[in-house]
Design a protein around this ligand. Structure first.
Ligand SMILES: [Zn+2]
Length: 95
């Protein structure tokens, strides 16, 4: 059984149901949404190797692999959709 931490509102359910695939720019450290957006289940089933994405902040194009992609719910720091996967890299936290 999954514990409910609080009564979910309609807005909460919306944000949980639609997480954003995000990346951390290795150049400037900005977190930005990936150009490809999909649901976590689809993402789990695809191959992501050496994809190029452009950071909207510094305009540098960087190469990303699957562990670089993180699902984040808007308004939440992070949601635990990758719990079944080993964490190979920890994204640097930039304030
Ligand atoms: Zn950048």
């Amino acid at each position: 059984m999954q514990p409910f931490y609080s009564m979910p509102t309609t807005r909460d359910m919306e944000t949980i149901a639609r997480p954003l695939l995000t990346l951390v720019c290795p150049v400037c450290g900005a977190t930005f949404p990936s150009a490809m957006q999909m649901d976590p289940r689809t993402f789990e089933g695809i191959q992501v190797t050496n994809l190029f994405e452009r950071c909207p902040k510094c305009s540098r194009v960087s190469r990303f692999n699957k562990p670089d992609y993180l699902f984040r719910a808007p308004g939440e720091t992070e949601i635990n959709l990758r719990s079944g996967r080993a964490r190979r890299t920890a994204a640097p936290k930039v304030n």
